[in-house]
Every structure is written in structure tokens, then in C-alpha cells.
Design a binder for this molecule. Structure first.
Ligand code: BGC
Ligand code: NOJ
Length: 841
């Protein structure tokens, strides 16, 4: 069949859509397998995780995508998206997959529904329909795959079904590099319809994986080359083409798991098969059966039994959906724009959960090998997630803070499996400590649970030097104060939030990591320049610091609060004296003491990062710095697809700036639309009362708004990506505009949390504060109003906001349960539902 795309002409551009939102079921429905890039989903949100594309590509892992990878995936493969959980059907010589790939036989019908923690892929060919539901049930270390086969024809059908999963030898890095060993270690066991993967289990590992099906099988394969054939591919496995498994038994090479079954269905008949891809850990003394060799399968069998009937699967799925109802029932909005509603109520919150779980480790752009959890990344993820499960947020904050050093510096990353700081990357990223202040504050603002400040938290995972969380905040705050440069601005160190502004690197040798290389030039100074300063960290400090002051005041530590406030005031003064460029804030001083991000610069005259935080902390407000800056941003950085990071783009390598100038103009940190920091400007515009401007920037990048231009945008229209090609994209090859608007690096980005903050707290104006829920919208003036329900500290607030005068910002009156209140902080209640009416004006 010809795949039907929704094509229409609007605003001078052809728009192509590849699917649609189903808001009722909270699903994105993909209508063709040929999306402009694989559009993926995540399964699992506790310990067992899977990535799954709309053609069933992807892989799974337990807790840590590098150290405990369960199935294999081929990143950067040709063709794209190879490796996955594949079902092959051989229907009298016609071989096909329900998800189209990898065989790519044209289907008679195709649909993929990505929902909250599950994906349903349906394919139809020659009257046979195959619907596969993939999900990781709550509290379960495995992926359930339910296959429903239906004969929609008018006569009986006999066909063959093959499942397929390829085992990864646990450590994903080793798995794709150490072939001299790996080709000789693979081991399996087969027991009835269950294939066990036990490589290294006899020796040093206490865990195995299995792939089961709840029915008798007619054969199996566990050796990849026997199943596929050395010179064939996933698209034409020999066993599938031959219509029969080989019953191969892997001993080294590449172990796989494939079940084979011959099935006959009468006209109209259906058959359901349930596969489980599971992971089991065993106590050392119980690893084997009495013979000391055979795997102890007790736990695996219990797992298989848990989902061995369609009823149990339906209950598991219902339970998963119920948990998402709960998570998404905390904040709900009804605005005049259904795209906003679907972002806020469904997809943005969903993405926040995924980024919270995975930080920047495993996506289709993050290989799961390079990066564990980021100190700054995970702290920021808390901001978008904390209202969903505050307990898990608290646990995470403590894990993160445990990788801090006594002087307030921090490991930049840690591995989720060990929770230990990653020594390869080390520390000295100048912004890191400040994000901890922000995440702890967000947790308290949400929950009112001040006891987090009393938690004893180790330094560098060493409990013998534990201190209270409050002390961790103090060392975080003073890490900035104690590391100032010549202008009284924070030292930039290895990098600040922008990993690609490396002011102490001066790297001229390929292969040196911009993030970790220490130039001998700065060795004597401790590894980084004592001249290079970050204005971004300065403004992040003035934005974050007041939270620390408020915490101290709440605790009655007035002297300490005053001392901290004095540092903030001093910083503001220093910024205005040395970092105000007349119409916007500078970006930095480089190691030569030269300005970066100034009108005086040849390129990179204005940068986005310091501006928003400066505006939101009122730096230079009395001189009109906020409005001037917003105007400059609109003029120099804004485009129809979002705000570029800097302008003009760098066209040559500036050794004193580092990685940023290595990217062709318009990509990544060199004048790409880096969506994460767009949110800071959205927040700042809203804060400054420019609701129309804030909403304009919001809608330029919010995924649901990009759906119409998916053919340009390419990545999933339901989640943010890290980057969109900027207006300078293509300029290096004389084709400015090429790839402008093209998304990359979807899913794992701080953009998720920050845009959740931007839309819910700054635009719609529901801001958890230390003393209660504050309502302070800054909306498009055209809106008549909107409604919010918000569960908060045990009570539920049903808020109606009216905007009779069509203002962007400002509140005339607030009534709670019929009584007018002073100000706009809603009282904290002991439960119950409370009706709030807010009139703007
Ligand atoms: C990327 C950054 C990333 C950094 C650290 C750089 O190459 O451009 O976005 O944060 O590496 O992994
Ligand atoms: C991606 C990284 O995950 C994040 O930590 C960093 O702030 C941005 N890149 C900007 O460089």
C-alpha cells in the first residue's frame, strides 16, 4: 500500500504529518513506519528500561545502559535503527514484520501507538493482523511483549512466527570493542520455551536474562549466525526464509534468543502469545541447581508466571496506566490552546519522568556508554519532575549531593549502578554546585518538607565525612564566592553550563577532550585559568542565591542570611560594573581578560545563557536592563524555530573559546537553537511581564507545535530535542538555511524540565513557593483565561483564571473558596478541594 501522509499547504510551506495525537488515550499515533527519523518511546521507569522505536528497534538494560545492557543495538548503523525486538512472520513465503522493519515488506496496514510507558505496534499483511504490545510492568524487571495474531480472512491460514532478541554481553562498551574475548564467551541454556542468557554467570556475575513465551514452541535458535546466516542481515534471516528454526545452541560468538512456532488460525480466529524478556539477580549461594551448573530458575519462572495469560497482561497494563493517571493527575490545565494542554498535561510531564530516570545516558543520540548521571543535568531534571514523585526526587537529590566534595565542588557525572562519581570526567565545572541549591529548593517548595536539610549526606560517597544537606548548600553557595576572578565574577573553570565554552583548554591537538583536557599553561594555577570568568554563572548565582537566603531565614539563621545576601548584592554590582554591554549582558571574560559576547567582538557578540537569569534576578532592572535585553534577544537571536544560542555564529576556530567554535555555524552550541536555554528566556520574558513574547518563544519550540512541520523538524513531535538547526545552519557550505529547523538529540535534555517550568510556572503561573502555591500568570493577552487543577501538599486547588482586560500579567483579585485573600500565595490546606478564582488585570 501507499502510506498516507497528511499533506497540506499553509503559510507558504507544505506541511507533512506522519501521525496524530490521541489525547484521550495519551498516545501519539504514528501512521507510517517511514518517519523522518526513528520516533521512539521508553518502557520502564524504575530499574528495567527499554527504548523502542516505531519499527520495534531499540534495546533494554537494567538500571545502567552501559554496565548492565541486556540486548544489543547498533548505533549509527546503515540502514538506521538496526537491532531490536523483532517478530518475523513467514506466511507461505511472504516474510514480514508487524513493525515493517527489518524485512521492510510493504504492509497492508501499519500503526504504532506510543503511550505512557508502553508501545503498541500493529501490522497487517494478506489478511493476517499482528498486534504487539510492549511494556515494562510496574515493579517488574522485564519487558512483556504480547502478540495477538488474527486471521481476518475468510479461510484458514497456516504461517510461521519467529521471535528475535540479540543478547548484549552486559557491558555495552566492552561488547562493542573487545571481540577477541567476546566471540568466545557467549553462553545460553534452553529449557522448554525459555531461552536463558548466562554469559559469565558461572564466573563473576550473579545475574542472567531470559526470553520466554507462554506456549509450546516448535523450535528455537540461540546462535546468531545459524539463525541469520553470516552473509545475511536482520532483513533476511536464513531460518526465517527457510521457514524453520535450526535449534542452534550458542557456544561463543553471538548468543541470541529466537522462538519458532507454526500457527494455524481459522477464519476470524485470534491467538495470543506472551513473551517476556526478563532480568534476574541471584544470591551467590543460590545461583545454581544441585548439579552446580544449571541455572537456578526459580525467580525467572515466578516472573514468567506473573504474565502468562492475557488477563494478567491486561491487568499489568491497567496498573501501569493507573500509575500514569496518578502521576499526570497532579497538574492539569485547560487553556485556549489544545497544543499547550497536551504538552503540559501529557507529553512534557512524561518526558520529565524519562529524563529524570535516565539523565543523559541512553537515547537514540546518547549511546548509553558515554555518560551516566550528570550533576547539573539531574539536579535540573528535578525541577520538572518533583511534583510527580517527590520521594524519588528526594532520594535522587541525596544521591547527587553525595558526589560533592567538601569544598563544594562536584563530580560532574556519576554511574547510576554504583552511584560513585566518575573520575574520568572529574569536576571543576563552575555551574554545578548552584543547581543543587535549585533542586533542594524546588523539593522544599513542592513538599514543605524542610527535613531534607537535616539529612546527613556524604562527600564523595564517604559517609565518614558526611554533613547535613544544609551544609552542602552552604559549600555550594560559597564555592562560587570563593572562586572569583579579576572582575569579581565567578571563574569559568573547565566550563560552565555550556560544556563547549572551554576557556582554559587552548586545545590544538585532535583527540583531547574539551571537557577534561588540562592545558599545561594552566597547570600551575590548578588546572584552569584564574582570569577567565563566567557571566552566566554570575547571573545563575544571583538567580539561585535568594533561595539559599530564604532557607536560612526560614531556619532563623538571620546573620548567615544577611551575609549571603550581601554576596548576592555584591555580585549584582559586579555584573553591572563589568558585564553589562549596554544592551545585553556579556557572556564571559576569556583567559586573556578579553570580553566574550560583546558588541566589540567580531563574532559571537551576544549569547543567550546569562540573559534570562539576569532578568529574573532583577540585575540592572532600574536601568531598564531587562527590557533592553529582551529587545536585543528578539532582534538578534529569535527565529521562527526558536532562539539561537549566540549570534553571529563562529566561522573559525577560536582556540581561546574551545569546542563551541568547532561546530559549523547553526549547530549545537555554535548558534544552534539550543532549546534548553530557550526556556530561560521564556521564563524571563514571562517574569518581565511580556506574556506575548514568552508565549511566542514557547510555541516556536514546543514539540506539539512542530508537528505540522515534521518533515523539516524530523524528530518526534511529542518530545523536545536538545537542538534545532539555527538560522546559520548550512552557512559553512554556502547554503545558509539548509537544515534550519531540523531537530536533533531528542528526548534526554534539560529542555524537558525547563520548559515544564517555563510553561507551568512562568507562563501559566502556578509556582510552588516556600510558603504555598503562588499564582502569577504571564500569558498571551489574547487569552480570556484558563483553568488549572493542582494537587499540592495534600490538598487540591481548582483554579479558574479570568483575563477580562486582556492583559499579559497582573492580578486584580484572588478568592479562595469564595473569600478574597491578600496577595497571590494560596493558603496551605489540610486536604480537601478548594476553588480558587483569580482575576487578572
Ligand atoms: C556537546 C555538549 C555536551 C558535551 C559533554 C559536547 O560535545 O556538544 O552538548 O554537553 O559534549 O558531553
Ligand atoms: C548537554 C549537557 O548534557 C548539558 O549538561 C550541557 O549543559 C549542555 N549540553 C550545554 O553544553
Amino acid at each position: 500500500m501507499i502510506y498516507v501522509l497528511k499533506i497540506y499547504f499553509l503559510g507558504g510551506i507544505w506541511h507533512m504529518k506522519f501521525g496524530h495525537f490521541d489525547d484521550q488515550t495519551r498516545e501519539y499515533v504514528i501512521e507510517t513506519p517511514k518517519t523522518p527519523y526513528p520516533w521512539i518511546n521508553y518502557l520502564g521507569s524504575e530499574a528495567f528500561f527499554g527504548l523502542i522505536s516505531n519499527t520495534a528497534g531499540g534495546y533494554c538494560f537494567y538500571k545502567d545502559a552501559r554496565l548492565r545492557r541486556i540486548t544489543r543495538y547498533r548505533y549509527n548503523n546503515v540502514p538506521i535503527d538496526m537491532g531490536g525486538r523483532y517478530f518475523y512472520i513467514n506466511d507461505n513465503g511472504t516474510v514480514w514484520n508487524p513493525g515493517w522493519s527489518p524485512v521492510k515488506t510493504e504492509l497492508d496496514a501499519y500503526e504504532c501507538r506510543h503511550g505512557m510507558g508502553y508501545t503498541i505496534i500493529t501490522g497487517k499483511k494478506n489478511d493476517l493482523k499482528a498486534q504487539v504490545t510492549f511494556f515494562v510492568p510496574n515493579g517488574y524487571d522485564g519487558e512483556v511483549q504480547q502478540v495477538v495474531l488474527t486471521n481476518e480472512g475468510s479461510s484458514a491460514k497456516t504461517f510461521k512466527l519467529f521471535s528475535f532478541a540479540e543478547w548484549c554481553l552486559w557491558d555495552a562498551q566492552d561488547d562493542c570493542t573487545n571481540f577477541q574475548r567476546n566471540f568466545s564467551t557467549g553462553r545460553v541454556e534452553v529449557d522448554g520455551s525459555v531461552i536463558y542468557h548466562k554469559t559469565e554467570y558461572r564466573d563473576r556475575r550473579n545475574h542472567y536474562a531470559f526470553y520466554s513465551v507462554n506456549d509450546a514452541i516448535d523450535g528455537y535458535d540461540t546462535d546468531r549466525d545459524s539463525f541469520i546466516g553470516l552473509y545475511n542481515g536482520f532483513n533476511n534471516p536464513e531460518a526465517v526464509l527457510a521457514g524453520k528454526a535450526t535449534d542452534s545452541f550458542a557456544d561463543g560468538w553471538s548468543p541470541i534468543a529466537s522462538h519458532y512456532k507454526e500457527i494455524t488460525l481459522a477464519a476470524g480466529e485470534s491467538k495470543t502469545l506472551i513473551f517476556v524478556l526478563g532480568y534476574v539477580e541471584m544470591p551467590v549461594d543460590q545461583k545454581f541447581e544441585a548439579d552446580g551448573k544449571t541455572i537456578n530458575k526459580v525467580k525467572a519462572k515466578a516472573m514468567i508466571e506473573k504474565f502468562d495469560t492475557p488477563e494478567k497482561v491486561a491487568a499489568g497494563l491497567a496498573d501501569l496506566k493507573a500509575s500514569w493517571d496518578k502521576l499526570l493527575g497532579i497538574l492539569n490545565v485547560t487553556t485556549p490552546d489544545d497544543k499547550v494542554d497536551r504538552m503540559v498535561n501529557i507529553w512534557n510531564q512524561y518526558q520529565c519522568m524519562v529524563t529524570f530516570n535516565l539523565s543523559r545516558s541512553a537515547s537514540y543520540f546518547e549511546s548509553g556508554i558515554g555518560r551516566g548521571m550528570g550533576f547539573r543535568d539531574s539536579n535540573q531534571d528535578i525541577l520538572g519532575f518533583v511534583h510527580q514523585i517527590p520521594d524519588r526526587a528526594k532520594e535522587r537529590i541525596i544521591d547527587i549531593a553525595s558526589t560533592q566534595f567538601p569544598d563544594g565542588g562536584c563530580y560532574h557525572q556519576y554511574q547510576p549502578l554504583t552511584k560513585k562519581g566518575n573520575a574520568d570526567i572529574g569536576g571543576d565545572f563552575s555551574d554545578d554546585p548552584l543547581w543543587l541549591i535549585l533542586s533542594v529548593s524546588a523539593y522544599i517548595k513542592e513538599t514543605g518538607d524542610w527535613s531534607i536539610l537535616d539529612e546527613m549526606v556524604p562527600y564523595d560517597n564517604d559517609m565518614s565525612v558526611a554533613q547535613t544537606m544544609l551544609e552542602h548548600l552552604k559549600v555550594s553557595f560559597y564555592h562560587i564566592v570563593n572562586n572569583l576572578g579579576p572582575h569579581g565574577l565567578p571563574l569559568a573553570m573547565r566550563a560552565d553550563w555550556n560544556d563547549c565554552i572551554n576557556l582554559s583548554c587552548y586545545s590544538d591537538t585532535p583527540g583531547e577532550s574539551f571537557q577534561t583536557y588540562t592545558n599545561p599553561k594552566f597547570k600551575a594555577e590548578g588546572g584552569y585559568s584564574k582570569v577567565a570568568e563566567s557571566v552566566m554563572v554570575a547571573t545563575l548565582f544571583t538567580y539561585t542565591g535568594p533561595n539559599y537566603v530564604a532557607i536560612l531565614k526560614h531556619l532563623g539563621k538571620d546573620d548567615e542570611a544577611a551575609a549571603a545576601q550581601a554576596e548576592i548584592d555584591k555580585m549584582k554590582k559586579n555584573i553591572m560594573e563589568s558585564a553589562w554591554d549596554g544592551d545585553w549582558f556579556l557572556r564571559a571574560y576569556d583567559a586573556n581578560g578579553e570580553k566574550m559576547g560583546s558588541k566589540e567582538c567580531e563574532e559571537g557578540q551576544i549569547f543567550i545563557e546569562p540573559q534570562g537569569f539576569a532578568i529574573m534576578s532583577d540585575v540592572g532592572k532600574e536601568q531598564g536592563a531587562d527590557k533592553k535585553t529582551l529587545a536585543a534577544i528578539d532582534e538578534r537571536l529569535n527565529t521562527e524555530f526558536g532562539l539561537v544560542l549566540n549570534n553571529p555564529a563562529f566561522t573559525k576556530y577560536y582556540i581561546q573559546y574551545g569546542e563551541i567554535s568547532t561546530y559549523p555555524g547553526g549547530y549545537k552550541e555554535n548558534a544552534g537553537i539550543f532549546t534548553h536555554n530557550n526556556a530561560w528566556i521564556i521564563c524571563a520574558a514571562a517574569y518581565a511581564g511580556e506574556g506575548d513574547q514568552a508565549f511566542k518563544y514557547y510555541s516556536e519550540i514546543a514539540p506539539a507545535f512542530t508537528e505540522d512541520t515534521s518533515d523539516i523538524h524530523k524528530t518526534e513531535p511529542y518530545v523536545y530535542g536538545q537542538m534545532i538547526g539555527g538560522k546559520d545552519a548550512g552557512s559553512d557550505i554556502g547554503r545558509t538555511g539548509k537544515n534550519f529547523g531540523q531537530g536533533k538529540n531528542s528526548w534526554l535534555t534539560g529542555t524537558a524540565a525547563w520548559n515544564m517550568v517555563a510553561i507551568s510556572q512562568y507562563i501559566l503561573g502556578v509556582q510552588p513557593d516556600f510558603d504555598g502555591l503562588k499564582i502569577d500568570p504571564s500569558i498571551p493577552s489574547s487569552w480570556d483565561g484558563f483553568k488549572i487543577t493542582r494537587k499540592y501538599r495534600g490538598a487540591e486547588y481548582a483554579v479558574t483564571i479570568k483575563n477580562p482586560d486582556h492583559v499579559c500579567k497582573g492580578i486584580k483579585s484572588v478568592t479562595v473558596d469564595g473569600n478574597a485573600i491578600e496577595g497571590n500565595i494560596l493558603p496551605v490546606f489540610d486536604g480537601g478541594v478548594h476553588n480558587v478564582e483569580v482575576v487578572m488585570g
